[in-house]
Ligand binder design. Structure first.
Ligand code: ADE
Length: 243
């Protein structure tokens, strides 16, 4: 199923390289993904095309004004609650949001239309959240200068999950996080390089043993590097058992 993204941003040019190259570029060309960029400044009415203003109550920085954002969203979807608006995921990228992870990417890859609003400055006028039904998503506990790079991260993560976007359908199922653990180590030819050997089992042709080795390696890696993932899994399994 194809997905359409509408990206509302003050820097539409930032998306060019990402949209043109690699897996995403191919997905756009083949019609699997449609990406529309909407310049927020096209929805301003003053000479300076300003999208921000000083915060009520004082404090540093600037805040996104509601009017251009409401107008931009309505130009894309029509009125909130209209037929075009129904069933659309509306996401603001901000550090305050729900953390983006593989399950959320999977969920989003089942949507047909996603509107992304790239935040900036100290934040957005709260009425944008209240009045337009946006959900907030963060790509991690750090602060970037705007929501554009996070939007690209989200788009890339969603598109590669669409059937047909990757060369092999199973490519995205085998990898880190899909099973709640990290990926096992991979090797390719030559079988020995600068004295470093590929583990014997991988050359054995014994598929059952290879699978068992990979699973073991994945678990060890996850325990060493990301013990939190295993704890979460245990909690989930316990939860499922109790329910
Ligand atoms: N904007 C600035 N930092 C961000 C982050 N970590 N996630 C999403 N949007 C952001």
């Amino acid at each position: 199923m194809a997905v359409r993204f509408d990206i509302i941003t003050i820097f539409p040019g930032m998306f060019s390289s990402v949209v043109d190259e690699s897996i995403l570029g191919r997905a756009v060309k083949s019609g699997l993904v449609e990406i529309q960029r909407v310049d927020l400044r096209d929805f301003t009415e003053d000479r300076h095309r300003s999208v921000d203003d000083r915060p009520y109550g004082g404090g540093p920085g600037m805040v996104f004004k509601p009017e251009p954002v409401f107008d931009a969203v309505e130009s894309v979807l029509g009125e909130v609650g209209s037929a075009a608006d129904a069933g659309v995921r509306k996401i603001i990228l901000t550090p305050q949001g729900r953390r983006l992870d593989q399950p959320l990417l999977r969920e989003l890859s089942g949507e047909s239309r996603i509107v992304l609003l790239c935040g900036h400055y100290e934040g957005l006028d709260e009425r944008i959240f209240e009045g337009l039904g946006f959900e907030e998503v963060s790509i991690g506990d750090y602060v970037l200068s705007g929501g554009e790079l996070p939007a690209m991260v989200l788009i890339d993560g969603v598109v590669r999950l669409l059937p047909g976007a990757l060369g092999h359908p199973e490519s995205s199922e085998e990898e880190s996080f899909e099973n709640g653990i990290l990926e096992y180590p991979q090797y390719t030819r030559p079988s020995e390089y600068r004295g470093m050997k590929v583990p014997e089992v991988l050359l054995s042709g014994n598929h059952a043993e290879i699978e068992q080795w990979r699973r073991q390696q994945a678990l060890e890696r996850t325990r060493d590097r990301r013990g939190d993932l295993l704890e979460n899994r245990e909690l989930q399994e316990k939860g499922a058992g109790a329910g």
